[in-house]
Design a protein around this ligand. Structure first.
Ligand code: ARG
Length: 451
């Protein structure tokens, strides 16, 4: 492609070192769509005849079909997807193929292809995340009223319901979707026409190309458009954070499936056994989700570090943007698919949840709130309940069986009725709190939003 200036062939080691075709072949549908839009603008500008344009379009569609069929032979010597397609087009249709690269560089070409790829993948991820939200919502609905302890510091804190717990992840995933969708808006501008870095003297209609490719508009600085990989960084961050959320969900499930917690059971289809210990049922999907999230975070760092020292505009380092991008997209897609299936089949062990939630200590805060309602300042109430808790521990008496009035007369006869889980949950009616009616209302809201 650049033989005019060179008198030696590229060393085969350099070809091996520099190729990207082994991974960027995946950009082919976008490369072909971009080339057809570009050729149409050349036609409008009088740079191609109707006949040449038709030959280019037909040739590109045939190449696309061959790639899909698996019969296209990619050549490492042609470095990347752009040159593989263009060289094959010229081989098939002759001179017209050699005109395609007029007023274009691989720099604006790869920037365009990558934006189109990200756009398509974001749409797929949004759908997949919604699928996982629906699975969580289904479990939340089934267990809207199943009470479990809520934890801070992994110490039992206050009662919540399983429904409320799952809805927390539905919220996180909704934010993940809005972050991806927001990045999609920013990336949906066409860089084509930016050329190598300074546009072209052959001024093709950039807006027409953008419209054909479904972009919302065009980029406004050719140098920025060539050098910009912000959209990949944003996507990798969005993916990494979604992974972090699912890693936290994994950790909850791993704990819940231990003999110590025993709040939940994963299905046989989503766990593995041990080759040595016959009793084992291991939550590998959760552990791998947690483990693979490390890669998602690493991919984001990989890209940011690659970008940080680059002068404007294109530098070959940018070719290294795609392996982390493809890996993160593929990995999150798999994580979402397998977690959706696993959550859909998750069983809660309700009696164990109920038993854990029956711990009267979970209502210590409610006891303090009760004192407050009877005029005791909260700090003082906290201290009084703290004394009661200490007495309960010291004497081995459950908190709800203590003679509270003997500890302090401020605990009136009303204190006893604090120890009802139904009452405790029913009282949590403020928006965002886990009363069963709140949780059910949230479930209805989500069912309407996600369908
Ligand atoms: N394979 C290259 C990449 O992915 C395409 C752009 C090459 N541009 C260049 N000026 N060498 O980044």
């Amino acid at each position: 492609m650049w033989k005019g200036r060179f008198s030696q062939d590229t060393s085969s080691l350099v070809q091996q070192f520099g190729e990207s075709i082994s991974y960027d072949w995946r950009l082919f549908p976008h490369d072909i769509a971009g080339s057809i839009a570009h050729a149409r603008a050349q036609l409008t500008a009088g740079l191609l005849t109707d006949h040449e344009f038709s030959a280019i379009q037909r040739g590109l569609r045939e190449i696309e079909a061959d790639i899909v069929a698996g019969t296209f032979e990619f050549k490492t010597s042609l470095e990347d997807i752009h040159m593989n397609i263009e060289a094959e087009l010229t081989r098939r249709i002759g001179q017209a193929g050699a005109k395609l690269h007029t007023a274009r560089s691989r720099n604006d070409q790869v920037a365009t292809d990558t934006r189109l790829y990200c756009r398509t993948e974001i749409d797929g991820l949004l759908e997949a995340i919604t699928g996982l939200q629906q699975a969580l919502l289904d479990r939340a609905e089934k267990h809207a009223a199943t009470v479990i302890p809520g934890y801070t510091h992994l110490q039992r804190g206050q009662p919540v319901t399983v429904g409320h717990h799952f809805l927390a992840y539905v919220e996180m995933l909704e934010r993940d979707k809005s972050r991806l969708a927001d990045g999609r808006k920013r990336l949906n501008l066409s860089p084509l026409g930016s050329g190598a870095l300074a546009g072209s003297t052959l001024n093709l209609d950039r807006s027409a190309i953008a419209a054909e490719l479904g972009f919302d508009g065009i980029t406004h600085n050719s140098m920025d458009a060539i050098a910009d990989r912000d959209f990949i960084a944003e996507l990798l961050f969005g993916i990494a954070l979604c992974g972090v959320h699912l890693s936290r969900l994994s950790e909850d499930l791993i704990l819940w499936c231990t003999a110590e917690f025993a709040f939940a059971a994963l299905s046989d289809a989503h766990t593995t056994g041990s080759s040595l210990m016959p009793q084992k049922k291991n939550p590998d999907v959760c552990e791998l989700t947690r483990g693979k999230t490390g890669r998602l975070v690493g991919n984001l760092l990989n890209l940011l570090v690659a970008l940080k020292g680059l002068p404007l505009t294109y530098n070959r380092d940018l070719q290294e943007d795609k392996p982390p991008l493809f890996d993160s997209v593929d990995t999150l897609r798999l994580i979402l698919a397998v977690n959706t299936e696993m959550i859909a089949a998750l069983e809660m062990r309700e009696e164990n949840c109920r038993a854990a939630a029956a711990d009267p200590m979970l209502l210590a805060t409610d006891l303090a709130d009760d004192l407050v309602q009877h005029g005791v300042p909260f700090r003082h109430a906290h201290e009084l309940v703290g004394k009661a808790v200490a007495a309960a521990i010291r004497t081995g008496t459950p908190l709800d069986q203590l003679d509270l009035a003997a500890i302090d007369p401020a605990f009136g006869p009303h204190a006893k009725q604090v120890f009802s889980l139904e009452r405790a949950l029913a009282a949590r009616t403020n928006p965002g709190s886990p009363s069963i009616s709140n949780v059910r209302a949230e479930i209805l809201k989500w069912q309407a939003t996600l369908k």
